[in-house]
Design a protein around this ligand. Sequence first.
Ligand code: ZN
Length: 367
Amino acid sequence: MITTIQEVTQLLEQLAPLSYQENYDNAGLQTGNAKEEVRGVLVTLDCTEDVVEEAIEKGCNLIVAHHPVIFKGLKSLTGRTYVERTIIKAIQHNIAIYASHTNLDSVLNGVNTKIANKLGLQNQKILVSKPQTLMQLVAFVPIPETEKVLAALHSAGAGNIGEYSNCSFQVQGTGRFKPSDKANPTIGESGKPEEVQEHRIEVVFPAYLQNKIMAALKEAHPYEEVAHYLYSLENRNQEVGIGMIGELSEELSKDDFLNYLKYRMQLEGVRYTETDSIGIKKVAVCGGAGSFLIKDALRQGADAFVTGDVKYHEFFDSEGKILIADIGHYESEVFTKEIFYDTITENFTNFAVYLSEVNTNPIRYTY
Ligand SMILES: [Zn+2]
């Protein structure tokens, strides 16, 4: 049995749907033909020329990266920049490059869950949940068909709320309609008013599934015209959003926390701010450049905020109330490749998956 590149990318998109990427982002398939067979996968934080070289050596024709190598757009492919050279080399060797970026930053079990797990945080919650990612469907169904329609909606992904699945609500009422001369009604006759006992069913679902849910409704519902309403919800989605917050199993002194952080994240050093609080217990994290979340971490009572790429003036935002720890962009996200590795190997066994051994961090330290 063969597996196509598309089957692998679809699996990754079940975890991190592309529609959750930020509007400036460029996640998705960057080179390659999605219909081709996967012969091997190399997972990495960044896709560089050295990583493409590694893929060639290991016999891989799919590279899964966190950072999209084509990010700002390309106007030429002459080999002038490392981005152009990486793309040229990948295409010459028929290697597909796929990136799962800000979409993977925005889901449970993504980049920030990985950091929170490395730090052993308990009671994890998304730091800032994303608005307008949920919808509600209300549909009117003749009573004998209710179970069938609900089953179809659930299997398309509707009605999953936290740890609860197959969630719905229904009430019974009377539906009235008069089919036109051209109608082909399931119940009733053309030109004659009709009354049918129906259920009004309600389900909530992630907005990106809208087309799938509507197709399932139309397929399972017996009527030619399905009476329904679709609503965009303002409810915050607790499963989608940026950053993560949780608690250490025990309070640590500042020095112990910094040592623990260095040990767990395998750091050479940490840039951090002093804080008035004595101990560190509640910790917020955000992989990559997360300084835009400092105020949210403060508001939610975090004693420490772990991220990368913090600028000089942003450190002042700690106001002495939170320990901001800049552990480096690369260091905060390097374990992201384990997410790709675990997701793919748990679902496919007919090709090899490798963790890249290339250190793609362009930054070096000297002391
Ligand atoms: Zn990043």
